[in-house]
Structures are given as C-alpha cells and as structure tokens.
Design a protein around this ligand. Structure first.
Ligand SMILES: [Zn+2]
Length: 50
C-alpha cells in the first residue's frame, strides 16, 4: 500500500504510519518515529536529521 510506511529520520527504521502516535510536523512535512527517544532527538535538533 502506498504511503503506509514512513522512514524514521533519526534511526532510519521503517515506521508503520497507521500504528504510531509519534509524529511531528516540521517545515510543512510530517515525520514519524519508532520511539519517543527518536522523536525527542529530532525535536532537539531537526536540522541534524534532514
Ligand atoms: Zn527511531
């Protein structure tokens, strides 16, 4: 299915979009995370992972 998975920008894991609550909008784009730790890392320094 198209767009079912997104790549976690921090650890590069594939995240199933329908099963995660861990998402953050940055610069008009939605990012998904495998864990709250990855989300926190991204939020601390988004530019590092883009
Ligand atoms: Zn991750």
């Amino acid at each position: 299915m198209e767009n079912e998975f997104a790549q976690d920008p921090v650890c590069n894991m594939q995240v199933k979009i329908s099963e995660t609550e861990l998402k953050t909008e940055h610069d008009g784009k939605m990012y998904y995370f495998c864990s709250s730790g990855c989300q926190a890392s991204f939020l601390a320094d988004p530019a590092k992972y883009l």
